[in-house]
Design a protein around this ligand. Sequence first.
Ligand code: SF4
Length: 510
Amino acid sequence: MTHIKQDDLIESIAESLQYISYYHPIDHIQALNRAYQAEKSPAARDAIEQILINSRMCALGQRPLCQDTGIVNVFIKIGMAVNWDTDTAIDEIINKGVRLAYQNSDNPLRASVVTDPAGRRKNTGDNTPAVIYSEIVKGDKVQVTVAAKGGGSENKAQLAMLNPSDDIVEWVLDKISTMGAGWCPPGILGLGIGGTSEKAMLLAKQSLMAPIDIQVLKQMGAKTKLDALRLEIFEKVNAMGIGAQGLGGLTTVLDVKILDYPTHATSKPVALIPNCAATRHISFELNGDGPAQFDPPDLRHWPNIAWKANPESIRVDLDSLSKDDISKWKSGDTLLLSGTLLTGRDAAHKRIVDLIANKKPLPDGLDFNNRLIYYVGPVNPVQGEAVGPAGPTTATRMDKFTNVMLEKTGLLGMIGKAERGPETIALIKKHSSIYMIATGGAAYLISKAIKSARVIAFPELGMEAIYEFKVIDMPVTVAVDSKGNSIHTTGPAKWRGEIIKIAINQIKKS
Ligand code: SF4
């Protein structure tokens, strides 16, 4: 029998969550760097560069890779020959570790978990509870895998109960074409095939915990049907030209992972879950010798690149911005923003729209006239920071509020990540507005452009409160210009064509 102390599990969970909040897995960095070196699309290359630089800064500064520090997923396998020094339930022990990690004063992580999801959606304040899967297995050890899954990529999860004769690749390509860029590609696709509906989802999530090895598989060649499926999906998804952040480019996925399980003769459940630019997971084992140890990675694995603004970027003074300025910018232009920005995301938008619908005034001091709004929920700052990591959140969720915001508040434009829906693009055109994107997964880098931050409305919403940021040279790209041109349409279309040309050239050369 192995005797495990509950404190060892609590400490190991807390340490592992802190560790993955600022250290990308090395295999992820190597795959991202490979994509960076190969990328020919300037916009996608710039986005990957920002993600890599952000990653190194986080590793050095021990601050979160992304403002969304995730919902905690824990897979725990407990050996049958293990006993504990406690009668506390495993879930409770794990959640103590989660609480400690997210409330660490040296590196506070953002609490994103809400209770009553169909109703009041109240933040629990410490990111508990984790989503926990436990198994009793043979042996005398406790094996744990911990992941912090960002909402942007989790929200793109897909499940289908296909017919046995249906084509899995066709289904995956169809889903990818509708998923947009809210999952912050380039990332990893996890597929679960078989079992039942919930088993397929679980397999898809578990598959994402394995190291990236598609390049090795390419060299060795497929030995199984699943190997061949991985390679086929990898090639075909990348050939879609979606690229980093959906800007159009050569790499959309760094790997495709698949796990399968026997299923009913009439069924073919297939689940798809993407992992994003902020891929965060780690595994450890407890064998009775105390808490797990997490050694810092060798930083030489990170490319030592410094971010330089595009010399052609347009410098923008946000404090004297007008519709006239905005009308000159084109989809794909890069801008450096300086001056005052307002922030807001789902909950704040709902409040504003409700106030306007009820003919009530906005809170004192909240004035959107001639301002841009940045969709962000930052991490709390530590000493010396104006704000913690503060990257963009998925703009599509704000689409339903955009009409009122543009029509009734005097707002000039918006900054977020990923594409906007067709109706919102039409509204942007109608109001001669603008939508810009910052790089999802570059939150710490972006936060360095924010020189001061103060809450100006709805403080009770926590990270969803409205802040006023003073920024200097904050890098953004025009995604939808005032004429309604969207880079998320034109970029991938262009790079799909470029990828075909590259393939034809390669065939001619060989
Ligand atoms: S990288 Fe993108 S999807 Fe991932 S946690 Fe950050 S914002 Fe969310």
